[in-house]
Design a protein around this ligand. Structure first.
Ligand SMILES: [Fe+2]
Length: 242
């Protein structure tokens, strides 16, 4: 996938590329090596999610990384940052934030408890603000997008891995999609070899999951915005690498 990214980025004329990388390490978590590899292959910032601590070696990396963002609503004692500033190709500074939804994930702090302060902090430096809302419930992702309409550039949902058919620019100028989709093997059950996921569901027995390998696609969303941070378009991206 990382080999295809620079060409796709060029084709889309994207000034910035943000990747949710919480499933990079065989489906769960991220390692410093994988983060470095993606940051070297035209990714500007990496957001994470509920699997943030799955690989222990990422802890010291997160403490010093400027461009890998973990959810902002973790414990206040957790290492890493929930907000990062990166520079787009044409020089605009972009704030990148990451939050966990409450439903089924149960973060230490609710996303709505911290989001206003986070947006305020980001707004002091730049009007171009992107939130990766990593959540299970479509309602939470839609509610967050509505709450932030006119306050940020984009609220992009992740975690459920199925690209949703609701990419839009809201009336206040905030782009939104409930789920940006999955970059990975689509001949699968959200990345896992289908027969293993089905076996677990049919038997209720523990099954060791393996990552699938066919029908690889890059999925995401392309957002265009002005210098004022207001989005002007929001389009889903789906590219087959087969
Ligand atoms: Fe997740």
């Amino acid at each position: 996938m990382e080999e295809s990214l620079p060409a796709l980025r060029q084709e889309l004329q994207a000034d910035l590329c943000i990747l949710n990388g919480e499933n990079l390490a065989d489906g769960v978590g991220i390692t410093p090596k994988l983060a470095d590899k993606m940051l070297a292959s035209s990714v500007d910032a990496i957001t994470l999610g509920n699997h943030v601590w799955r690989r222990g070696e990422i802890v010291p990396y997160l403490k010093q990384s400027e461009r890998v963002v973990r959810p902002a609503n973790l414990s206040k004692r957790a290492p890493g940052r929930g907000l990062a500033f990166v520079t787009a190709a044409e020089g605009t500074e972009v704030a990148v934030m990451n939050l966990l939804g409450a439903l089924f994930i149960g973060p230490p702090v609710g996303p709505f408890e911290v989001v206003d302060e986070l947006v305020e902090e980001a707004s002091k430096r730049t009007p171009v603000i992107v939130l990766d809302m990593h959540a299970e419930a479509t309602s939470e992702k839609v509610a967050m997008a509505r709450w932030l309409d006119g306050k940020v550039t984009a609220v992009l949902g992740t975690h459920t891995h199925i690209q949703t058919n609701d990419a839009r620019v809201q009336p206040g100028g905030t782009a939104a999609i409930t789920d940006a989709g999955m970059t990975g093997p689509h001949d699968s059950v959200i990345g896992v070899q289908a027969e293993l996921a089905i076996r677990q569901m049919r038997t209720g027995m523990p099954v060791r999951f393996e990552t699938a390998s066919s029908d690889i696609r890059i999925e995401g969303v392309l957002v265009e915005c002005g210098a004022d941070g207001r989005a002007t378009s929001c389009e889903p991206v789906r590219v087959s690498l087969n």
